[in-house]
Design a binder for this molecule. Structure first.
Ligand code: DQA
Length: 148
């Protein structure tokens, strides 16, 4: 079986308690369970990770870029959190590792503060899902599996 990575950046460990009016009541552990169920259905092995640290996230992107090259992984669903709007280093990591990434946001970033309207990573991602709540993770897994 081939692997898919679901990666979550800073503050997503607070899901369920952080601004529930924006991000909902579902915890990250529940999102992992939901992704596991969908991955099982799609016959994919799931690796689910979260970090608050940019360097750790970069190392994982490099690691899974190597797995894609080796034919063991189809890519990643990635919610970069606030790094979306600031991190050229993550842009360069995705591009440098040639990791196929679906960028994912739980909230509709375009309906929120102006500083959330621009993503520095979108240009090196396959596509973006924003504003579909945690349901977006399931949609992103299906898109990767379908080869988008
Ligand atoms: C987010 C949107 C970002 O603007 C924010 O910094 C997050 C979460 C989302 O999932 O909607 O931490 O990526």
């Amino acid at each position: 079986m081939t692997t898919v990575l679901v990666l979550n950046g800073p503050n997503l460990n607070l899901l369920g308690t952080r601004k529930p009016e924006v991000y909902g009541n579902t915890s990250l552990a529940d999102v992992e369970k939901m992704c596991q169920k969908e991955a099982d259905r799609l016959e994919l092995d799931l690796v689910f990770r979260q970090s608050n640290h940019e360097g750790q996230l970069i190392d994982w992107i490099h690691e899974f870029g190597r797995e894609v090259k080796a034919g063991n992984c189809i890519g990643a669903v990635y919610n970069p959190g606030a790094h979306t709007h600031t991190s050229v280093a993550l842009h360069d990591a995705i591009e440098g590792a040639a990791l196929p990434v679906v960028e994912l946001h739980i909230s509709n970033v375009h309906k929120r503060e102006e500083f959330r309207h621009h993503s520095v990573v979108s240009a090196v991602c396959k596509g973006t899902i924003t504003g579909l709540g945690v349901e977006g993770y399931r949609a992103a897994l299906r898109a990767l599996q379908a080869g988008y």
